[in-house]
Structure formats: C-alpha cells, structure tokens
Design a protein around this ligand. Structure first.
Ligand code: ASP
Length: 418
C-alpha cells in the first residue's frame, strides 16, 4: 500500500466504494447494515474528509489570491487576465450547451416516456438573484461576514484589493509579504495532509451513495442519463481536448494523469467547492502554474464556470419538453443557451444546486416547473458526472490563461526527467 501513489489509492477507494456500495444495496433491509455500515461507517468516513477539505477552502483562497495579486508587477495585467478568463468561461459554457442541445435532439431522451412511469419528486424552487444583485454582492459590506458565509465572489474581490494594495506598497511592507507567502505554504501543506484521507473519504462517499441509490428510479429515464453523459464526454473530448492541444499545447494524457485525482474527487463529492483546495495545489505544484493565475482563475471558475451543470440543464430542458409533448422553437433554443449560461453561473458548487437552478431555464421558456421533479430522482448520479466536468473546465482555463500569459513554470519533475 505504501508504494502506491495517492492517485492510485484514490482510484482504488473509488472502485472499491462502488463495488461494496452495490453489494450493500442488497442488504439495506438488515438493520445492522443500514445503521452501522451505511449510515454510520460510510457516512462517517466520507464526511470526515469532506469537512476537513471544506475547512481549508476559505483560508486557502484568501491567502493564495492575496499572494497572487500582490505578486503582479503591473495592475493592468490583472485586468487582462480577468477579461480573458471571463470570456473563456462564458464561451466554453455556451459551447457546452450547444453540444447538449445537439445530443439531446439526437437521442431524444423524453420521447416515448410515460409521465406516470417516472418517480416525481416534490420540489422547492429558490429565488435566483438578479444580475445587479450579483454585481453589487461582489463588494462585501462586511468581509468577515462574507467569509463566514462563504460568499466566494466577495471574498475574491476583497482578497484581490488587499493584494493590489500590497503590490502598490511594494518594498515598504516586506514582512507582511513574507507572512502571506508563508501562510500560503502552510495552507498548501494542510491540503497535502488532508488529501491523505482522500482514498478513505472517496470510498465512504461512493459506498454510501451506491448503497442508498434507488436503481429502479434510473430505468425509465436511463436515456436522459445517457444523453447527459454523452454530452459531457463530447465536451471533454472536443472542447477541452482541443483547447489543451491547440491553445495550451499540453499533452491530454499528461493532463489526465495529473488531474484525475481532482476529477475523482468531483465525482465522489459532487461538490466543486470541495475540490478547490486540491485543484489549486495540483495546478500550482504539478502543472507549475503561477499563483497569480491559478489563485484567480480557479476560485472564480469554481463559482461561475459550470459547464457540466449547463450541459445537464440543456439536456434536461429537452427531456422535460419532450415528456410533456411540447415542441421547442428556434427562439426557445436561443433562450436555453442564454438562460442556462446564467443559471450555471448562479449555481453554487455544492451537491444538487444545478437542478434547482434549472427552474430558471424552464420558467424562461414556459415549461412546467414540476418537470424538475422528473429528473430529481436520478440527479445524485448525474451530479457526480457533471461535477467532474465542472472542475475540469476550470483547470483547462487555468492552463490556457497561464500559457497565453507565459505563466507556466516548468514543474520540477519535468525538468529533472529531461
Ligand atoms: N454539484 C455541482 C458542483 O458542485 C453543482 C450542480 O449541482 O450542478 O459543481
């Protein structure tokens, strides 16, 4: 076991979690298994890990952003990186939805599906914020409150402003600069320590999910699940791979080898926010991306860039329209692209929010909101796949921006192996 590296151990955790979870699913009637194995052991293992990793998100984002922004010699560079990143995130999300609409129309997941055959879950829709509210919310009235509530966009603004101030003060405050940089080193060490729990955490989370999953709910809408997964794969293989090869000039296999632990984390936790610490560490230490770029693109992407979620929303809209026998017009498709982009931006990086935000898209094109209940039953499974893509999209952007900003520092291992 000692010889296996962390990636392999996480992978083993995933596979054994799936196998044991499926086996345990057959024994949920036995009170001992249900109470002590599934609800206690699996739940405990998974949640110790999730809580520990979430504990690191806010301190890590704050200090790496302050460090990143303070290291920038010229403030206009920050603006340039910001604009490029926003264009990238919006562009890839729009492409993602286009792919989902294409696949949705090819597979027709809702055709021939009987409404009565689907488990309909009760839903509650939360009000989404307006664009102006989102923009204003980026400036925290009380930064400590924003940190306590985990409001990522305001935390990003606040940290960047501090970083810029440090950079403008330059040599006048060498001690603060050093402290920030050393706290960042401590934070990265903490991530490394918590990640040692990852194989057990992934095992517990996946085993619990598979043990409690109702497979019966999947059967009537299997085509929907299939369509989402195919669209996610196409987006990864065409859009992401294309960007990696042609823009970032990076070998996709090397990318996969280094980044797969984060993707597995996304898959097993269904929370891109929980992946942020290890994503930051991986991009900086294994890919050699500078803190200036990674500390900006990753937390921002974590909050606003959810290609996987947008894909699910595209396919789900087609599915729901077909089940209710409603024909979508060309105008509806344009509306789906626009609103699903906004809905995915508004989705928080925690499990199950994307499907609630689907309400925004359905309302906009006049489909019944109850439609959400139709896809809710299997959303736990869909969420795993889409979250893995959500975190991958942020990493691809980070590499592309770093490459175009000449910000990739060759990782040590590559230099020594040359
Ligand atoms: N679970 C997703 C994520 O964390 C969000 C969603 O529900 O689509 O990225």
């Amino acid at each position: 076991m000692k010889k296996l590296n962390l990636t392999n151990r996480i992978f083993i955790g995933l596979i054994s979690g799936i196998i044991l979870g499926i086996i345990m699913h057959n024994f949920t009637e036995i009170p001992f298994i249900k109470t002590y194995v599934i609800d206690f052991t699996f739940h405990f293992m998974g949640n110790i890990f999730i809580r520990s990793i979430r504990m690191l998100v806010i301190p890590l984002v704050i200090f790496s952003l302050i460090l990143g922004a303070s290291g920038i010699e010229d403030v206009s560079k920050l603006g340039r990186i910001g604009i490029k990143t926003l264009i990238f995130y919006l562009g890839t999300t729009a492409v993602a939805i286009l792919i989902s609409l294409f696949v949705g129309n090819l597979i027709n997941p809702g055709l021939g599906v009987e409404l009565s055959s689907i488990e309909n879950t009760k839903i509650t829709i939360s009000q989404s914020k307006s664009f102006v509210q989102i923009l204003l919310g980026m400036i925290p009235v009380n930064p400590i409150e924003s940190m306590a509530k985990g409001e990522m966009l305001s935390i990003i603004t606040f940290s960047i402003i501090i970083g810029v101030a440090i950079s403008l003060l330059n040599d006048k405050i060498p001690v603060v600069k050093k402290i920030v940089s050393e706290i960042n080193i401590i934070n990265l060490k903490l991530v490394e320590m918590v990640m040692l729990l990852a194989p057990f955490g992934v095992f517990g989370l996946i085993a619990q999910t598979f043990a409690t999953l109702g497979y019966a709910a999947i059967i009537p809408i299997f085509k929907y699940l299939l369509a989402v997964v195919i669209a996610l794969l196409l987006h990864a293989l065409i859009t992401y791979q294309g960007l990696l090869v042609f823009v970032a000039k990076y070998n996709p296999l090397t990318f996969l080898k280094k980044f797969s632990p984060v993707m597995i984390l996304g898959f097993s936790t269904s929370s891109s926010a929980a992946c942020l610490p290890s994503s930051l560490k991986t991009m900086e230490e294994d890919f050699g991306v500078s803190t200036t770029v990674a500390a900006f693109t990753l937390p921002l992407g974590n909050t606003i860039n959810m290609d996987g979620t947008a894909i699910m929303q595209g396919v789900a809209t087609i599915f729901i329209a077909q089940v209710y026998g409603i024909d979508l017009t060309m105008g509806n498709y344009v509306t789906i692209i626009l609103t699903a982009t906004l809905a995915s931006i508004g989705t928080a990086g925690v499990p199950g929010v994307g499907v609630i935000m689907l309400g925004m898209v359905l309302t906009e094109i006049g489909l019944p909101l109850e439609g959400i209940g139709l896809v809710m039953g299997i959303d736990r499974v869909v969420d795993m796949f889409r979250t893995a893509i959500n975190v991958t999209g942020d990493a691809i952007c980070t590499l592309v921006i770093a490459k175009t900003e000449n910000n990739i520092i060759e990782p040590l291992e590559n230099i020594t192996s040359k």
